[in-house]
Design a protein around this ligand. Structure first.
Ligand SMILES: Nc1ncnc2c1ncn2[C@@H]1O[C@H](COP(=O)(O)OP(=O)(O)OP(=O)(O)O)[C@@H](O)[C@H]1O
Length: 481
């Protein structure tokens, strides 16, 4: 299976004193390994809530109405908090718009980078957990299901709804618990035995080596002997735990990887001694220390000026290539997306309105909201905006009955106010939720002014490609000579 992450029918609401806010409504997308998906939309469209659900960090007043978030075959909305802990921040890392909020202002950045490494650096414990992980998850999932069902029973009781079937399900699951627990404990014991006997063997080998150093110490300076023994002891310690020296070495390496110059000196400095762009690099370094394979970037460049923005985007692209990361990139700025995304999902009023490859979205946009977003992008050369989007997004306590964009769209038809459009398929990768795509809809052309912009974008991309090819040829030639 090549899918790293699948989000299926995800709907999330928030309880508020003035009513329920329907923030995310039936969102579906998936991500292939090594792919970047950009989620684009205006403020309040549900981008952050979607990614917070993936990270398991939704606010306390949230309700997951429906859906699944499947990471490597496991539903993250079902596993226990303890299991989630292992995935959040480790397998799935996140960087935010404001790097300062992720950093401790009064702690040296070196300590902030090594903290996680030292905390999670129990090699033996991690190895044991890895070996009996399957049995552990199986047990935790049953426990979690019982908890969810019990909550539902209580709700149904309160609302005077039937709950006998649910009670039966709980009883069934409870019957499975002792066996699952026993299986888990047996697997844990077995895993501990394997790992510990391996460790004992290694320890015996090191002790033997230390003995030999002592035996052959004659004629050597005591200081040299002491150092040799200390080295061996350090090696042995490294098998068990990440040591401070090892954590520092790894931190410096990752600081170099994200482009922090003079890392040895910078290691001892505080966040306020760094510029905005450098701070964002530090946050990225911290996230990378746990070797994530999915990286969620929530407007990571919005607070930075344009040149620095480009550098951070370049860094994210480089890390993606080198580490094979799968990336979700959130932004309200389509201009940013062109340089990072393989695919783009356009969100509005908690729903995905259009999803497609970078080329499909930029050169063949089909949803009036995507047209509006493309039109409101500042022009690459003149910096002018062609179109502005009239009105404001709907109040999500009362989502519109039909197409949520209808009230702001010049292309809205009667049906747009009555019924929500389904996702119409344009190609295997391109889907659009707009009645304009219905076979009975009269042919509607996108704004001509946008066509001109698209043509210009195509031309510029072609020129850029040619230039890059030229550069590549020169580079290849340089390599030859
Ligand atoms: N804890 C909460 N309680 C109530 N409503 C919330 C809560 N968190 C988010 N919302 C609402 O959910 C909707 C979606 O918010 P979200 O933060 O996902 O938007 P966004 O597209 O990421 O916008 P931005 O770019 O401003 O971050 C908004 O209407 C927002 O007000």
């Amino acid at each position: 299976m090549n899918k790293k992450l699948i989000v299926e029918n995800l709907s999330i609401s928030f309880r508020t004193v003035t009513g329920k806010v329907k923030a995310v409504r039936d969102v579906n997308f998936d991500l292939n390994k090594g792919e970047t998906l950009a989620i684009v939309g205006e403020s309040g469209s549900g981008k952050s809530v979607t990614t917070r659900a993936i990270m398991g960090i939704l606010a306390g007043n949230s309700i997951v109405e429906s859906g699944k978030v499947i990471y490597e075959g496991e539903d993250l909305l079902k596993i226990t908090e303890e299991e989630f802990h292992k995935i959040r921040g480790k397998k799935i890392g996140m960087i935010y718009q404001d790097p300062l909020s992720s950093l401790n202002p009064i702690m040296r950045i070196g300590k902030q980078i090594t903290e996680g490494l030292l905390l999670n650096g129990h090699h033996l414990k991690n190895k044991i957990e890895e070996l009996y992980n399957e049995e552990r998850v199986a047990y935790c999932v049953i426990k979690r299901d019982v908890r969810v069902l019990k909550k539902k029973i209580a709700e149904n009781k309160k609302n005077k709804l039937p709950y006998n079937d649910l009670k039966k399900q709980v009883a069934e699951l409870k019957k499975q618990l002792p066996t699952a627990k026993k299986t888990m404990n047996i697997a844990k014991k077995k895993a501990t035995k394997v790992v510990m006997s391996e460790y004992k063997e290694q320890k015996a080998k090191y002790l033997e080596e230390i003995k030999k150093i002592r035996e052959n110490a004659e004629g050597l300076e005591p200081k040299v002997v002491k150092e040799k023994i200390a080295d061996k002891k350090e090696e042995l310690r490294r098998i068990k735990n990440v040591t401070k020296t090892e954590a520092k070495e790894k931190a410096l390496k990752v600081m170099r990887e994200v482009g922090i110059p003079d890392p040895e000196k910078r290691f001892r400095q505080f966040p306020f001694q760094f510029s905005g762009g450098m701070r964002q690099r530090i946050v990225i370094a911290i996230v990378l220390t746990s070797n994530p394979d999915v990286l969620i970037c929530d407007e990571p460049t919005t607070a930075l000026d344009v040149t620095i923005q480009a550098q951070i985007l370049e860094l994210i692209n480089k890390l993606k290539e080198e580490r094979g990361l799968t990336v979700i990139f959130i932004t309200h700025d389509l201009g940013v997306v062109a340089n990072v995304a393989d695919r783009i999902a356009v969100m509005y009023a908690g729903k995905i309105q259009e999803i497609g490859t970078n080329e499909e979205l930029f050169y063949d946009p089909r949803h009036p909201y995507t047209w509006a977003l493309l039109g409101s992008m500042p022009d690459l050369t003149s910096k002018d905006k062609l179109l502005t989007i009239p009105g404001t997004p709907p109040d999500m306590r009362f989502p519109p009955k039909g197409d949520a964009f209808a009230l702001r769209s010049d292309y809205a038809m009667k049906i747009d106010f009555e019924e929500q459009p389904p996702m119409f398929k344009i190609s295997d990768s391109h889907y659009v939720a707009s009645w304009l795509l219905h076979k009975d809809c009269p042919d509607v052309q996108r704004p001509a002014i946008l066509d001109e912009r698209i043509e210009r974008m195509k031309e510029m991309t072609e020129e850029l490609k040619k230039e890059m090819e030229k550069e590549h040829v020169t580079y290849e030639k340089q390599l030859k000579y």
